[in-house]
Design a protein around this ligand. Structure first.
Ligand SMILES: *[C@@H]1O[C@H](CO)[C@@H](O)[C@H](O)[C@H]1NC(C)=O
Ligand SMILES: *[C@@H]1O[C@H](CO)[C@@H](O)[C@H](O)[C@H]1NC(C)=O
Ligand SMILES: *[C@@H]1O[C@H](CO)[C@@H](O)[C@H](O)[C@H]1NC(C)=O
Ligand SMILES: *[C@@H]1O[C@H](CO)[C@@H](O)[C@H](O)[C@H]1NC(C)=O
Ligand SMILES: *[C@@H]1O[C@H](CO)[C@@H](O)[C@H](O)[C@H]1NC(C)=O
Length: 421
């Protein structure tokens, strides 16, 4: 088994058995529309002959995108090795920058749960950055007639701060969305298909769970894109959870300092973590501990360990996603995704197999052998690619080209083709 082989095709089967036929039908409908609309774009993730819900998207061969006369566009080289299709990305990205327009509802009191959360730190940083970046960007239009998509600016995490129950959160969100539906004509035109909302972490997911219209019709941009919380790939967008500011600078080009094979330290709050700790906690080559590193061990020792490690194990926790993945990327440690049912952020744009090791949970028993099987040469390639993607998993204010904000906007831009009113 090599690090760059596609794996994990089983979730699709599980999803079909778990989901009701109605939802399956709606997914198929969405995907067929997507397919038709993207056909001319060679949108990579939809080229696979298999189920549209497979975890790893099979990519159309790069050669398929080279024009018939064999000429390749030199400017695609700047995008390196990590894109499924640099050419498709470049063309669409440029178009997005010049044409994409979003209408942001101005409804709702900014002092409560609407408009613009200012918090740019902690677990909800991704949500805060998105609101701020969008607001300050040229993507926003005041003219709904020019809009490709409509943004529902609700920020659920503030409700948690006020101690509101999940039931009441649902009611608050419902009332807000109902107001938009009755006051403006836009939702009814597509039943919300050209509307999106953005929420990081569990609160927003929970608060919107009771609203089938919102979940099934509009685009959810969420930090915990697990199939078992109703995430619909190709409709919804996986938002990377990034814990900013980072405690230490980015790692990279430092492979000689990476002497630990694998590292994980965290809480055993999921089945896979319990197994991981049980199987490997006393291993001499894998640095696995079922507790966060004690502060007494040294200042920022947890973060420093990422610099010294080749592969950082990212098992799903109570929520599938965690900032550990983006921490690993930032510190230059190859993330080892050990989680079933997880749609990785930007995985229809970036080829995760080029900069991460994606495993099934049952691979945990072979973890050491799998990592040891990866040659030094393969590891260096993964590491170099990882350094290339660091910028995509980082938020900035103001945003910079191809950072997390623009990657999320790009994902939304791809979806607007499907549902443009
Ligand atoms: C490691 O590589 C060997 C030789 O290529 C192979 O036989 C073995 O199955 C691999 N082990 C794992 C766990 O991938
Ligand atoms: C939920 O809302 C109801 C009605 O407004 C209120 O009476 C109740 O105290 C709220 N509960 C919580 C936990 O916020
Ligand atoms: C949209 O449709 C709903 C349900 O049919 C209706 O109650 C609402 O008034 C409509 N909105 C507008 C702006 O017409
Ligand atoms: C490797 O580690 C040493 C000691 O911590 C440090 O001084 C050096 O800068 C590191 N090398 C790289 C390339 O980061
Ligand atoms: C690891 O070592 C500790 C201390 O010797 C022991 O209590 C524990 O059972 C060991 N764990 C495993 C999985 O062997």
């Amino acid at each position: 088994m090599s690090a760059v082989k596609p794996q994990q095709t089983s979730p699709s089967a599980a999803v079909f058995t778990l989901r009701g036929s109605l939802l399956t039908l709606s997914i198929i409908t969405i995907v067929s529309f997507t397919y038709i609309s993207f056909k001319f774009l060679n949108f990579p993730s939809l080229q696979s002959p298999g189920s549209p819900l497979t975890f790893n998207f099979k990519v159309k061969n790069e050669a398929d995108l080279v024009p018939a006369d064999g000429s390749a566009d030199a400017s695609d080289n700047e995008y390196g090795n990590v894109f499924h299709s640099p050419k498709v990305f470049r063309l669409n990205y440029e178009e997005m920058e010049t044409r994409f327009k979003v209408y942001m509802y101005s409804e709702g009191d900014p002092n409560t749960y609407y408009q613009t959360p200012r918090k740019l730190t902690g677990k909800y940083a991704s949500e805060g950055f998105f609101f701020q970046n969008l607001r300050e960007s040229n993507y926003v239009t005041d003219d709904p007639n020019l809009a490709d998509l409509f943004f529902i600016p609700i920020s659920c995490h503030k409700m948690r701060g006020k101690g509101i129950s999940y039931e009441n959160m649902t009611i608050i969100v419902q009332n807000y969305v109902d107001t938009l539906i009755s006051k403006y004509p836009y939702w009814n035109r597509t039943l919300g298909a050209d509307h999106f909302f953005v929420t990081c972490h569990d609160v927003g997911v929970r608060a919107t769970e009771g609203l089938p219209n919102l979940i099934k019709n509009s685009i959810r941009v969420v930090c915990s894109p697990s199939y078992d919380v109703g995430f619909i790939p190709h409709k919804d967008v996986a938002l990377p959870q990034v814990l900013q500011p980072f405690a230490l600078p980015a790692g990279g080009n430092d492979v000689e300092n990476r002497t630990i094979l694998g590292f994980w330290a965290g809480h055993r709050n999921s089945k896979i973590r319990v197994v991981l700790a049980r199987v490997w906690e006393n291993d001499t080559e894998l640095d696995i501990s079922n507790n966060r590193i004690n502060r007494a061990t040294g200042h920022l020792e947890y973060q420093r360990r990422f610099y010294k490690t080749k592969f950082c194990i990212c098992p799903g926790g109570s929520q599938v996603n965690s900032a550990r993945i983006t921490d690993s990327i930032h510190y230059g440690c190859i993330p080892v995704i050990l989680s079933d049912f997880y749609d990785l952020p930007f995985n229809d744009i970036l080829d995760w197999r080029k900069f991460a090791v994606v495993l099934r949970e049952r691979d945990v028993y072979q973890l050491k052998q799998i990592l040891k099987n990866i040659t030094q040469e393969e590891f260096v390639t993964l590491h170099n690619n990882l350094v290339e993607v660091q910028k995509h998993f980082q938020w900035n204010s103001p945003p910079v080209k191809q950072d997390s904000f623009h990657m999320v906007m790009y994902e939304l831009w791809l979806r607007h083709y499907v549902i443009k009113y």
